[in-house]
Design a protein around this ligand. Structure first.
Ligand SMILES: NC(=O)c1ccc[n+]([C@@H]2O[C@H](COP(=O)([O-])OP(=O)(O)OC[C@H]3O[C@@H](n4cnc5c(N)ncnc54)[C@H](OP(=O)(O)O)[C@@H]3O)[C@@H](O)[C@H]2O)c1
Length: 368
């Protein structure tokens, strides 16, 4: 356990939690000492950018489940705990999520050099189905216009991180890479990345960048949690080494399934009750997942941890994760989840092995 103060190294650094506004002991289902006193920082892949290993995102929550007051409370809680990266996208609540975050950022008065904020483009503000042909994709036109619009909504002069939210099979890679490079040259974005691209697509982007002396993608934003492991653990395995890929992983709790709260039916106020998210409910609410969760719950109790803390700490045990983006609709959830950074020390190799046995889904690496 770190013992205090601020320390920075090439690979990680720690930061003492500003305890203002937080009780000194926060319990979840168990009565145990708070261990969220420190935030750890990790390099975003091969870049020098040090992001907090826990970050905070606004999908489904800002502008959909929660309004500005609650969103502001959550952002303050995160920032006070040392979170320095806030994730957003054009399509979240049709731009409302960015607009809310922008207002909150302006009102906090936080120094612009103390946090990083992102946007993602591809789907168009109204989603793929409802956006006009020019309003979506990874084209020069859409990526540039979406960047300008995100800057306005977020009320910032530049985006620290800007992503192609999905691969676009209709746009030549040269066009996308040149556009992202030019946005960096113009000072509108600082780092660019991809989300849910294949390793092959990421490498194609790097090949184009190399041939033209352009800046390639620094990071990928994939789903990664105890239920979804292949991309992060197997598919990208080589490109962490070759191009130094960083990862800002999403849904560390599989939309809340890994909190155990869906095991006795879907709570009325939970995200997977929402009509528009039934596709995620169908994918995630499965008997074998509930069984895994029961096994994990027992292990978490033995370690005096809450299940969500165990699940997030497990994600952080993977050194290829640069930052895990947390989601929360309630402050109690975020208070709980922020303890994962300190709890990861409890996930020793024997504990990790026990988790593997419970999950029974370790992805296979090719033999050669
Ligand atoms: N690039 C992409 O394609 C992509 C896709 C998805 C997300 N993301 C990013 O990743 C971020 C995180 O993803 P996510 O929101 O899906 O993360 P998640 O951690 O898997 O799910 C978060 C949700 O689980 C529930 N929850 C969280 N902590 C809990 C706790 N301690 N107890 C009970 N319930 C709890 C809350 O929902 P309820 O209160 O509603 O139950 C919360 O909103 C997003 O905000 C977004 O920035 C990116």
């Amino acid at each position: 356990m770190p013992t205090g103060g601020f320390k920075s190294s090439r690979f990680s650094s720690i930061h003492r939690l500003r305890l203002k506004g937080l009780p000194t002991a926060i319990s979840c289902n168990f009565d145990y000492e708070v261990k969220i006193s420190f935030m750890h920082y990790r390099n975003l892949g091969r870049s020098g950018l040090q992001l907090s290993e826990l970050s905070f995102g606004s999908w489904i929550t800002f502008g959909t489940q929660i309004g500005k007051k609650q969103a502001a409370a959550l952002m303050h809680l995160a920032y006070d705990a040392g979170v320095n990266f806030f994730d957003n996208a054009e399509v979240y609540a049709e731009g409302e999520s960015e607009r809310l975050m922008g207002e909150i950022l302006r009102e906090t008065g936080w120094s612009r050099d103390s946090y990083a904020v992102s946007s993602k483009a591809f789907f168009g503000i109204r989603g793929l189905k409802n956006s006009l042909p020019l309003q979506k994709g990874n084209t020069r036109k859409h990526l540039t216009e979406a960047c300008h619009q995100a800057l306005q909504r977020l009320q910032v002069d530049y985006l620290d991180l800007y992503y192609c939210h999905r691969p676009d099979k209709n746009t030549p890679m040269e066009e996308t890479v040149w556009t992202m490079h030019n946005l960096i040259q113009q000072g509108k974005i600082l780092y660019w990345g991809t989300s849910e691209w294949s390793a092959q697509e990421i490498m194609e982007a790097h090949m184009v960048a190399r041939q033209n002396h352009l800046i390639g993608p620094t990071m990928e934003q994939p789903q990664y949690n105890m239920l979804v492991r292949d991309k992060v653990e197997v598919e990208y395995h080589q490109i962490y080494r070759t191009v130094g890929l960083g990862t800002t992983i999403w849904s560390p709790l599989a939309s809340g399934v890994l909190t155990g709260k869906y095991n006795q039916g879907t709570p009325d106020d939970a995200r997977l009750k929402r009509k528009e998210l039934q596709w995620i409910a169908q994918r995630n609410l499965k008997e074998r997942h509930f069984e895994m969760v029961e096994g994990l719950k027992e292990l978490a109790a033995e370690l005096d941890l809450c299940l969500p803390v165990l699940a997030i700490a497990w994600v952080l045990q993977n050194p290829k994760v640069s930052t895990a983006i947390l989601g929360a609709s309630k402050t109690e959830q975020l208070e709980e989840n922020l303890k994962a950074s300190a709890a990861k020390d409890q996930l020793t190799p024997p504990v990790m092995e026990r988790i593997e046995r419970i999950l029974n889904n370790r992805p296979e690496h090719p033999p050669f």
